[in-house]
Write a protein that binds this ligand. Structure first.
Ligand SMILES: [Zn+2]
Length: 429
């Protein structure tokens, strides 16, 4: 590939609040940040005009093997998690590798357009053909120049409950899948759930891999597999390499128990992922009123020093009929469900779809710092809170110093009786 021309972004605001910053990129890396930088010969100049230059969005929890399959072979009538899992089971035998690759690539295009340049996707390993694994490994290779795709070997039907799941999971890891997944709350008993966590964490330790489990995605306050996950992480020395996804049962747990659980998670440096769009939709379905929200305790986890990120989880699949690869929509829902309305908390919701998610995926050279990759998004907003509020336009998406997507600025033209016509995107402010 040809070397990209140098790029100088002038007068940007950074997510940490620094204003009037110029960002210079040469050969795909950020080489200087500061006010009033000189442009090298032949550099492409981008005037940011005080708008927000953010690192790319990161989705730490997704299902790319199921995405864009909404309505195949039928629509989820009850809207529940369990009907979704059953529906996915009906669809699986009819999947073809070509269709999977095509849908995944289409989703990756949507992602790039939205400045989403890193995705951790779970891939179901309970199909003995490992068709989805092969398809997504192919997609990972295809999109590598513009999107970091990390794959999790996910035994959707339970690593103990499904007779061939463990062998398939190991085969998937042999083929190059990056992360060990699990689903302890879907095993037949609590004891099997705990046993599955132990087996899978040992497998990850043996192979030097990270772990990310669907953990306690339930309203059952006694679903406590996160405790075992934190314990095994600590026992096996996997600190900082393990993630608990969903953790929705924590919403319903006894407060005293949670006061003991949070320090245990912190000690093991377990990361947490909430999936606000899905958690608010799927949880509390057995409640009448009052109805539980079912999202994990995001502000409390953050206050306890635990790294929390937000995932999109699903887009137009058996579990969820909406979504558009827009991580600002995810952040906005997370902010609302968790009532994180202080300035600091709203900024933390922006971090949950950028730097926190990058951290748990182990992405290197991610933040806007000298020496990092020249990967960033120019947003049509002045700061992270405004970006969430407006679900701001991605004016320009840059990967390794190259513009990979751009969107025209949103404007409205008003023609009102007795007033001069006005054109201004700030009308929405
Ligand atoms: Zn999931």
């Amino acid at each position: 590939m040809e070397r990209p021309e140098p790029m100088l972004v002038r007068n940007a605001r950074l997510p940490d609040g620094r204003e009037s910053q110029d960002v210079l990129s040469i050969d795909g890396r950020i080489t200087a940040i500061g006010p009033g930088l000189a442009a090298p010969a032949g550099a492409r100049i981008v005037e940011a005009e005080g708008l927000l230059l953010s690192p790319p969005f990161v989705d730490p929890h997704f299902h790319m093997d199921a995405t864009l399959s909404y309505g195949l072979p039928r629509v989820n009538q009850s809207g529940t998690l369990l009907e979704g899992i059953a529906l996915w089971g009906e669809l699986k035998p009819h999947l073809t590798q070509e269709a999977l690759v095509e849908r995944a690539l289409q989703y990756c295009d949507w992602a790039v357009a939205k400045g989403l340049l890193a995705i951790r996707t779970h891939v179901d390993v309970c199909d003995d053909r490992l068709l989805a694994v092969e398809a997504l490994l192919q997609v990972k290779k295809t999109v590598a120049p513009y999107l970091d795709l990390q794959l999790v070997a996910f035994p959707q039907d339970g690593v103990l409950r499904s007779p061939t799941a463990l062998a398939n999971l190991k085969r998937a890891l042999d083929l190059g899948v990056d992360v060990v997944g699990g689903i302890p709350h879907f095993e037949r008993t609590m004891a099997d759930g705990a046993q599955s966590v132990k087996i899978l964490c040992e497998l990850a330790a043996e192979r030097g891999l990270r772990v990310d489990m669907h953990c306690d995605e339930s309203d059952d306050p006694l679903s406590r597999h996160i405790e075992t996950l934190a314990f095994e992480t600590h026992r096996l020395g996997l600190h900082g390499r393990v993630t608990g996804s969903h953790l929705t049962s924590m919403h319903s747990m006894d407060n005293y128990y949670v006061s003991k659980l949070l320090p245990l998670m912190r000690e093991a440096q377990v990361h947490a992922i909430a999936n606000p769009l899905i958690n608010i939709t799927l949880q509390g379905r057995h409640d009448t009123y009052p109805k539980r929200r079912g999202m994990t305790r995001v502000p409390e986890l953050m206050a306890a020093g635990i790294n929390v990120a937000f995932g999109h989880d699903c887009v137009m699949d058996p579990w969820y009929s909406l979504g558009s690869a827009d991580m600002l929509e995810v952040a906005q829902m997370g902010l609302h469900v968790a009532q994180m309305t202080s300035q600091a908390q709203m900024r933390a919701c922006f971090d949950a779809v950028t730097i926190n998610a990058a951290k748990l995926m182990g992405l290197e050279g991610y933040e806007i710092e000298v020496g990092s990759h020249a990967d960033f998004v120019l947003l049509q907003a002045r700061d992270p809170v405004e970006a969430i509020r407006l679900r701001a336009n991605r004016l320009m998406v840059v990967r390794r110093g190259r513009v990979v997507a751009h969107t025209p600025a949103a404007t409205a033209t008003l023609n009102l009786e007795g007033r001069p016509p006005s054109v201004d995107w700030t009308l929405r402010r």
